[in-house]
Design a protein around this ligand. Structure first.
Ligand code: 6R9
Length: 817
């Protein structure tokens, strides 16, 4: 149990502070610690009370002004309560002031601490005394908490020393999972009895027909035993749109706001209640049915963050059509590639969108993509186009009358009720293309029932959702986060969701907090890259807004580095809001490893523990499970309801990529370590995928785009550390014989990638490589390229196996060209 915690200010303590001419004394629990400023340094005296006679003899230590950080540690004992350790950390000091954090640890369960800021004239400010008692056993079973470098919610994480943040009793008492015990109880049941655990949750949704109770889940994850197959709630008939809208309206929440839409330009906004959203979805469903879209047909959606994007997804789901949303930052080539793969009857788009001040002509991109896919034998008969008036007028839009239809001309004319198509739990819901380690993106296929139950449940627990919350996720519906945690997860819970069309730094870096205050957002879910980019600006952009509505913060897309975590926690959340650092993937459909706010202490940078029903394992190179504290490859032992069921049209690739590397397990492609307390720390991709601003990009995709340039014969792309984006794209290019490298060529190579994939995949650095380091069998040694790219030249390792070791020196010499 995480037990008794209490805070009270030092100043109110009867054993407070005394000031003397030669320094001052500071007391915690009747033990007087004396600080003196002498000869440009601070000295500190900690009394030791001898057990037998209760007499004290001081221990002395001093700050060292050149080092700037001093640690006084001693073991002291008293009659009253045995003190195991006194730890004083100098947070900051100068000739005129000293800022210390002092902690007395009585036993491993109980400590008292405080931080004090003292000047030569006396004490300026005092922090709080803190009692943190914990009897917690970590969910991992790692044992008792071994150290208490802890702070509580509500208090500033003042230094690297604090590596645990405890929820306050006030937060935990109201949380859905209020204690570690409760989590453990639920987690244990979820893995011992998945059918019972998930069956009970699924029963809270509407099912036209119940699933086969004997077989809630059937799975084979082991390629050695046959085809990989996952099924949940098979035989059950339901509809996710019905559960996300009709069920909420039927429960009496029709007038509750479902979507708050905030436009790119401040002041332009809109909102839709659940009832209004349902009406709009039904109109579009009726239209789609009318133009011949049937159950199982694919519909491609290429829209920015307008309400019409979730409306389109829900309308497809209502009639059993399979939506495939393509992020509206992808180029015409990428869109065409996806259209060719899934062959939709209809593409839904809009004429343009404003991103900051810049209009992006989406319809033109769709036109090009449809032409390209027609050249490849896939024709699209209908392009339903929404007029996004704030960005572009109808009249200015290029039009092909026999194929294009204005949304506003047809959809509003249809009835606002539409019968639901009841589908099997295992019928496909959507396809979402994601990058892998080849040039061809993978069509990740999710089905209906398991995904619905999983998206809703993970949303509810990981954000400790309450009906009064206003929730904002900054992700675009073009990515999985926008599917599970802008649209389906929150709507299935009847939440009020903010969706934002614009850029987070437009018109300035305070926009996010302006939106938070405008809608009284309580749960704010974003990506580390956004946190890092805002962190570079003045804190004033944050602090000028109140943000008092915020309750829970969330992070996704890549590991959040502890310093970004601290800034997010201290500055954005005013040290008041837990952060749910949610690890998951397009393939997993929902959260896999995530904090549950209120149930256990958090560590900055760790995704903490597995969600219900998820059994993560860390394996070594050979696929052996490693126990306890370790690092390795992150795999999952069993299926979970939100798992993807196949890669569209390529079940072999599904098995090869995810289930063959470590037979018997689902392989995530991520590296991971687990610390002594059992906390999971994701360390990034271990395959040829880079994660740029939380967007997955295959190195092979960028390479294919580069070699399409007529002057480039070969390209090798690696990821490098990037201060804001997490990873940046570093491309080595070999040019056609006789072509000289120039600034102009550099720009045109980058343009080639923008055109082939999209602006977000543009390389940060092009490195001219007359030759690439290859083995004698012709394999590019990316390990060496990574070291050259990150300038770790002393770590190049053995290069003797290269066909031509001289290329390494040549590449190093060309680094700054
Ligand atoms: C949801 C999403 C998945 C990859 C995944 C991992 C990285 C996502 C993370 C994280 C560390 C987190 N990732 N969340 N790494 N901590 N909280 O982003 O899906 O676009 O498929 O990317 O993103 O590397 O494998 P997707």
């Amino acid at each position: 149990m995480i037990g008794f915690r209490q805070t009270f200010p030092v100043i109110k303590s009867p054993y407070g502070t005394r000031c003397f001419t030669d320094g001052f004394f500071f007391s915690i629990d009747r033990r007087w610690t004396r600080f003196k400023h002498r000869e440009s340094r601070w000295e500190c005296e900690i009394p030791v009370i001898k057990r037998s006679h209760g007499r004290s003899s001081p221990i002395w230590g001093s700050t060292n002004s050149t080092v700037g950080l001093s640690l006084f540690q001693s073991l002291v004992r008293s009659d009253a309560l045995p003190i195991q350790q006194v730890r004083t950390t100098c947070l900051n000091h100068s000739n005129t002031c000293l800022n210390l954090s002092i902690r007395y640890t009585y036993c491993h369960k109980f400590s008292v601490s405080s931080s004090v800021l003292m000047g030569t004239n006396g004490i300026f400010t005092e922090d709080h005394l803190r009692h943190i008692e914990s009897l917690a056993t970590f969910p991992s079973g790692a044992g008792k908490i071994s150290h208490l470098r802890a702070t509580n919610l509500g208090e500033c994480l003042s230094s690297e020393e604090h590596d645990l943040v405890f929820p306050t009793p006030e937060f935990s008492d109201k949380a859905l999972v209020p204690s570690t015990e409760k989590y453990l109880e639920m987690y244990r049941r979820s893995v011992r009895d998945p059918a019972g655990f998930w069956g009970d949750i699924a029963a809270e949704f509407y099912w036209k027909e119940k699933w086969d109770c004997e077989k809630v889940c059937s799975e084979n994850l082991d390629v050695r035993k046959g085809t990989v197959e996952i099924e949940w709630f098979k035989g059950g008939k339901t509809n996710i749109c019905f559960n996300a809208l009709d069920r909420i309206v039927d429960n009496g929440d029709g007038d509750k706001v479902a979507l708050y839409w905030e436009g790119n330009v401040p002041g332009l906004d809109d909102k839709l209640t659940y009832k209004e959203l349902l009406d709009k979805v039904c109109q579009l469903s009726n239209y789609l049915k009318d133009v011949g879209v049937k159950k199982g047909d694919a519909v491609v959606i290429y829209l920015p963050m307008l309400a019409e994007l979730p409306i389109s997804m829900l309308a497809c789901a209502r009639i059993g059509a399979v939506h495939s949303v393509v992020f509206a930052g992808f180029s015409a080539e990428s869109l065409a590639q996806r259209i060719i793969d899934c062959k939709p009857n209809v593409v839904i788009t809009c004429n343009a969108v404003l991103r900051g001040d810049k209009p992006i002509l989406l319809k033109n991109i769709v036109d090009q993509a449809i032409t390209q896919s027609a050249d490849n034998g896939v024709s699209v008969d209908l392009c339903l186009t929404y007029e996004n008036q704030s960005a572009m007028k109808k009249e200015a839009t290029k039009w092909q009358a026999d194929r294009d239809i204005w949304w506003q001309d047809v959809v509003p004319k249809y009835p606002n009720t539409c019968l639901v198509e009841w589908v099997d739990a295992e019928d496909p819901l959507f396809l979402l293309y994601t990058s892998g380690s080849t040039g061809k993106p993978k069509g990740v296929l999710h089905t209906t029932g398991g995904y619905m139950v999983y998206a809703a449940t993970t949303f509810k627990y990981a954000f400790d959702y309450k009906p009064s919350d206003v929730y904002w996720c900054t992700a675009d519906c073009g990515w999985i986060t926008g599917h599970s945690y802008v649209s389906y997860g929150p709507l299935l819970n009847g939440a009020s969701v903010v969706i934002f069309e614009g850029a987070p730094n437009y018109p300035d870096s305070g926009r996010c907090w302006d939106i938070v205050d405008k809608y009284n957002v309580t749960i704010f879910y974003t990506a580390p890259t956004l946190v890092r980019s805002l962190m570079r600006e003045k804190n004033e952009y944050v602090t000028r807004y109140s943000r008092k509505s915020l309750r829970v913060l969330g992070s996704v897309g890549e590991p959040i580095n502890p310093s970004a975590w601290r800034w997010f926690y201290n500055i954005v959340g005013d040290s008041r809001c837990p952060i749910s650092d949610t690890w998951w993937q397009t393939e997993t459909g929902g959260f896999m490893i995530t904090p549950l706010p209120g149930s256990w202490p958090q560590k900055p940078g760790s995704a903490t523990f597995p969600f219900f029903g998820v059994q993560p394992v860390i394996v070594d190179e050979k696929g052996n499970e490693i126990e306890g504290e370790c690092s390795g490859y992150l795999c999952v032992k069993n299926s979970w309801p939100g798992a993807f069921r196949t890669l569209y049209g390529d079940h072999d690739r599904y098995e090869t990529t995810y289930f063959k590397p470590f037979p018997g397990y689902y392989f995530s492609g991520d590296g991971c370590s687990r610390d002594g307390d059992g906390y999971y720390w994701l360390t990034g991709r271990v395959d040829d995928v880079i994660n740029v601003s939380g967007h997955r990009i295959g190195t092979a995709e960028v390479e294919s785009a580069l070699v399409l340039h007529p002057q480039c014969v070969e390209a090798a792309v690696v990821g490098v550390e990037h201060e804001v984006k997490g990873q940046g794209i570093y491309a080595f290019v070999t040019l056609v014989d006789g072509v000289t490298y120039s600034e102009e060529l550099r720009k045109s190579l980058i343009l080639s990638v923008r055109n082939q994939i999209g602006a977000f995949a543009a390389p940060d650095k092009i490195h001219w490589a007359p030759g690439l380091p290859k083995t004698r069998s012709g394999k590019i040694m990316r390990r060496i390229l990574r070291k050259i790219a990150s300038r770790q030249l002393e770590e190049l390792g053995d290069i003797s196996t290269l066909a031509d070791p001289a290329v390494v020196d040549q590449l190093i010499a060309l680094s700054d060209c």
